[in-house]
Design a protein around this ligand. Structure first.
Ligand SMILES: Nc1ncnc2c1ncn2[C@@H]1O[C@H](COP(=O)(O)OP(=O)(O)OP(=O)(O)O)[C@@H](O)[C@H]1O
Length: 588
């Protein structure tokens, strides 16, 4: 259970203060304006009492119209104040929502990959969209009306008691079961609200997954399977929403019933008091008119309590993400490598994924490897041996558990992440492109790259096809580059890594989706830049191994052999075994 879940409503909601602070003057003003409107509405019955007990009782018709005009004037003032309240809270609410969304997005960008491994995207999406929407509605509407309602109810009770303390006390006693039920309601509703918001996140994940994997689902005819899964989740959410609605309905029942019963009791006693001359008709009318004014604040309390608990759980879910600590941060006193040479060293590196079973030894269990400046090292190993994981350590997508990865002898944790990632660029097998232009995608790692550098990177990656796109480099590629083929996406991702002009290039099987001819062309062009760049290339194909000066063999969490391809082929059984699992033969 997230820590925030056990916290009180007040404590959770008070955490919004940091975001709401700039808007607080307007929110306080809105409360004051709204409270004035409520007080005006409470004054109207008093004026009516004066009208009934004065001009009406004495048959003084000349005094009736001025009093009627006062009532009308008060009504107009109340309406204007309510309109002003709306104007006051509308804009600050949207600003707060935008600020919270910005900080959520910034934090998500900053959090390490390990966080994103654990959190389904739909849960993050629902927090960024629907939860923040709930918080905005509460801050710009719910909290103002809640506070004003509570104050109005207190003032109203005081007025009722001042008009007639016997009848007033009956109302006061009637409020006790309402308060008790509100307490029960909090527990019941808050729990369901949290469940519902979590289920919205699960549903968003299901939609995201099925849209993302639409080709696979269609190709395997598994659309019905996805639909059934979606329906089950949607049905679960519907059940929770009904539970919430039932909880609200039951508190509404009490909030409607109890004041009505109190009204009926007061009516009987009030008529008796008036008939025995213990109170005037005017007082009685004022009492019931005031009671009627109080009905809305009392009856709407169920709605606003539900809104408050929705906002509380939404706030808790927001802070669940924001409280997630980023363990991969910049050092307090970063080291700068004045002139990076590009030597990459793995020094007794240990690493395991957080969710790996304890009985497993470390996935990387003491890696020692030195890649000299300008050297191209191929990394070879059986599938699942940890090659991709090893490459991810070079840019601190994950941090080592012990040992160190070093750039020019400096522990990469001593560099700022920006410095590190400027010096080390990666291209992944699964090439992700963003919904932006081709150019924007290519210069992602180095926005200042010149036109000539972009053209060179595209040429090396054999990505000349971009010039044939409708708007050339300015063509927007679709979400994740889905409008391009796998091989085209890989070539753009490779061009992106090359355009970053790093000292160290880390390529995780970057040519796997290319046909043999294109791969040969890319390799020939790559050789040119690899001559001056340190490179670590995960190889699944003999042709990729052929690019390398030396090959490192990853076996059981360690680098068990380093040498030229020919040396390893001649003297290492495991290497021969791994190579034999490749599809083609490598020229020795
Ligand atoms: N994000 C993750 N969380 C937990 N375990 C992971 C994660 N990524 C990979 N693993 C596990 O770590 C092991 C090594 O994975 P890795 O992708 O590094 O291997 P690989 O050698 O690159 O494999 P391949 O040659 O198939 O690409 C696998 O058993 C995998 O299940």
């Amino acid at each position: 259970m997230p820590a925030s879940q056990g916290q009180s409503t007040f404590r959770t909601l008070s955490r919004l203060y940091v975001y709401a602070k700039p808007a607080m003057p307007r929110i306080y003003t809105a409360m004051a304006v709204s409270l004035t409107a409520s007080i005006v509405s409470l004054v109207i019955p008093q004026v009516l009492a004066v009208l009934i007990d004065g001009p009406l009782a004495h048959g003084d018709s000349s005094q009736i119209w001025p009093v009627v005009l006062i009532v009308l004037g008060l009504g107009v003032i109340e309406a204007l104040l309510i309109a002003l309240r709306r104007v006051l809270v509308l804009t600050p609410g949207t600003h707060i929502e935008a600020r919270m969304r910005d900080s959520l997005y910034t934090h998500l960008q900053d959090l390490p990959v390990a966080f994103h491994d654990r959190w389904p995207s739909g849960q993050l999406l629902s927090r960024a969209i629907s939860d923040l929407n709930l918080v905005r509605r509460w801050l710009s509407f719910g909290i103002v009306i809640m506070v004003v309602n509570v104050v109005t109810i207190f003032i109203g009770f005081a007025v009722l008691i001042s008009i007639n303390w016997v009848l007033g006390l009956i109302f006061l006693v009637a409020s006790i079961p309402v308060l008790a039920y509100s307490y029960v309601f909090e527990g019941r509703y808050s729990e369901a609200a949290r469940r519902s918001q979590d289920q919205v996140g699960d549903l968003a994940t299901a939609v995201e997954e099925s849209v993302h994997g639409i080709r696979v689902l269609k190709a395997f005819g598994r659309g019905t399977f996805a639909l059934k899964k979606f329906e089950r989740q949607a049905e679960k959410l519907r059940g929770t929403e009904i539970e919430k609605a039932k909880a609200v309905a039951s508190i509404w029942l009490w909030l409607l019933l109890i004041p009505d019963v109190a009204f009926a009791v007061c009516l009987v006693i009030g008529v008796w008091l008036a008939s025995t001359g213990q109170t005037s008709v005017g007082e009685l009318v004022a009492f019931f008119a005031t009671g009627t004014v109080l009905l809305f604040p009392v009856e709407s309390m169920g709605y606003f309590l539900a809104m408050t608990f929705d906002a509380k759980t939404a706030t808790a879910r927001f802070f669940d993400v924001l409280d997630s600590v980023n363990t991969i941060t910049d050092p307090e006193h970063p080291v700068r490598i004045a002139e990076p040479r590009g030597q990459l060293t793995f020094d007794d590196v240990h690493f395991r994924y957080q969710d790996a079973p304890e009985r497993y030894s470390d996935l990387l269990n003491g890696i020692d490897l030195v890649i000299e400046p300008g050297e191209t090292m191929a990394l070879v190993g059986l599938t699942g041996s940890g090659k991709t994981t090893l490459t991810a350590l070079t840019t601190r997508l994950y941090d080592v558990d012990s040992g160190a990865v070093k750039l020019d002898g400096v522990d990469i944790r001593s560099l700022t992440r920006t410095d590190l990632r400027t010096n080390v660029a990666m291209a992944f097998e699964d090439a992700t492109l963003f919904s932006a232009t081709v150019r924007e995608n290519v210069v992602l790692g180095r926005p200042e790259a010149s036109g000539a550098e972009v053209a060179e990177a595209l040429e090396i990656a054999q990505a000349g096809f971009v010039y044939d796109l409708p708007n050339g480099l300015d063509t927007r590629v679709g979400e994740e580059g889905l409008s391009l083929s796998g091989g085209q996406r890989q070539r753009l991702a490779l061009a992106r890594a090359i355009a970053a002009k790093p000292k160290v290039l880390v390529l995780d099987d970057p040519l796997s989706a290319l046909d043999v001819d294109t791969e040969a062309l890319v390799e020939a062009a790559l050789r040119r830049i690899l001559a001056s760049t340190t490179a670590l290339i995960v190889a699944h194909r003999p042709s990729t191994v052929a690019l390398a000066d030396r090959v490192a063999l990853l076996e059981a969490g360690r680098v068990t052999a380093v040498g030229t391809h020919a040396e390893l082929l001649a003297g290492n059984d495991h290497y021969r075994f791994v190579i034999s699992s490749f599809e083609e033969e490598v020229p020795a």
